[in-house]
Design a protein around this ligand. Structure first.
Ligand SMILES: Cc1cc2nc3c(=O)[nH]c(=O)nc-3n(C[C@H](O)[C@H](O)[C@H](O)COP(=O)(O)O)c2cc1C
Length: 374
């Protein structure tokens, strides 16, 4: 008998009380197909296409309130209608045997008045607008700096969204503390210019995010809560002068909650060395300082994913663009099969099929799920 080594990415892992059968995680991916901020039946097809027994999926970023939006047709989880709409989607994923976490976000100033109730200004840590060159072709509106006495209300929005996510059947929630959105606008000194108890020192800047973590943990239990952080990115003008200190401070706050499930960190931007993209692999100190499970994301392929799991650099690896374009990514990794190319032009379009549920499977038979099957 030929002895075949199981590749590290496809080995089982115990994530708190959850048993994973492999380490290939679907990264949160905004898809702009939830009309009127309500998740749609076609999302059940999309997510269940990517579900495997013992796999972990994270939803696209999902709004915690009416002020949380900044992109067209993104889902929410603050109304009962949204909760009810998520239920069949979560069920479809569970029927395939996968775990499903809901990523909860508030975009803060990455928005325009058009997305806001009554055309008001988006809210933020600051009243500084995102510079026009942060994202070519996009002009974000001038935000309104949150007053200190408004912050508990936003913390409570995250708490309620987490409760709603559990009611919708999700296995847990991921707090979106990354990529330049509201929590990062407070955390990073490039965006936070406050001089009250939510600005200035690292402790003050992280206070809002820590309050959200504490409230969500109290509401649904630490064993159901993860967070996504991107200390090294500068997306949407959110840059910090000492990202390592920021990351270290945050993981130590997470450690205060016994059993806090996971820390999901995004790698610094990739550099190209000798024609090959190089992942900087600078997250190890925070993985070591953190007591829970670690997910790394940003630029991984099959080879790099296997390498970092073997090296103990991370427990799990989240795949964004590759999983978007390859619904059967774990199987393709297992077989060493070629991958579909992703089509950037359809990342954020609103079609319920094109660029969404129409990427082919290796075995085409399993791709013809309909909303009813799912
Ligand atoms: C279309 C698209 C949508 C994304 N939406 C989200 C999101 O909703 N939440 C989030 O935290 N990151 C989001 N990201 C970032 C990805 O989760 C991931 O970190 C990034 O794509 C890098 O990983 P990759 O090289 O495996 O694609 C998005 C990325 C893409 C390409």
């Amino acid at each position: 008998m030929v002895h075949q080594e199981v590749m590290p990415l496809l080995t089982p892992f115990k994530m708190g009380r959850f048993e994973l059968s492999h380490r290939v995680v679907l990264a949160p991916l905004t898809r702009c197909r939830s009309y009127g901020n309500v998740p749609q039946p076609h999302a059940a097809v999309y997510y269940s296409q990517r579900a495997t027994r013992g796999g972990l999926l994270i939803t696209e970023a999902t709004g915690v309130s009416a002020t949380a939006q900044g992109y067209p047709e993104t889902p929410g989880i603050w109304t009962q209608e949204q909760v009810e709409a998520w239920k069949p989607i979560v069920d479809a994923v569970h029927r395939k045997g996968a775990l499903f976490f809901c990523q909860m976000w508030h975009v803060g100033r990455v928005s325009t008045n058009d997305f806001q109730p009554d055309g008001q200004a988006p809210i933020s840590s600051t009243d500084k607008q995102i510079s026009p060159d942060a994202e070519p072709g996009m002009v974000y509106s001038k935000p309104r700096r949150l007053q200190v006495d408004e912050i508990p209300g936003i913390v409570d929005d995250f708490r309620r969204a987490a409760r709603n996510a559990i009611e919708a059947g999700f296995d847990g929630v991921e707090i979106h503390g990354a990529n330049g959105y509201l929590l990062e606008q407070f955390m990073k000194d490039g965006a936070n210019d406050r001089d009250d108890e939510y600005g200035g020192s690292l402790e003050n800047r992280c206070r809002f995010a820590v309050e959200v973590v504490d409230a969500v943990v109290r509401e649904v239990g630490a064993q159901r809560v993860g967070i996504r952080l991107s200390p090294f990115l500068d997306y949407m003008d959110c840059v910090d002068s000492d990202p390592a200190a920021l990351a270290d401070y945050m993981v130590r706050q997470l450690n205060k909650h016994e059993g806090f499930l996971y820390c999901h960190m995004v790698e610094p931007r990739m550099a190209v060395v000798d024609g090959r993209r190089q992942i900087p692999h600078r997250l190890l100190p925070f993985r070591k300082a953190f007591n829970g499970m670690f997910i790394a994301a940003g630029g991984y392929d099959r080879e790099e994913g296997n390498k970092v799991v073997t090296d103990g650099y991370t427990d799990l690896v989240a795949y964004g663009r590759l999983f978007l374009a390859n619904p059967d990514l774990p199987k393709r990794f297992e077989l060493g099969a070629p991958l579909n190319e992703y089509d950037r032009s359809t990342f954020y379009t609103q079609d319920p099929v094109v660029g969404y549920t129409d990427y082919p499977f290796l075995d085409e038979d399993s791709s013809d799920l309909t909303a009813n099957d799912a």
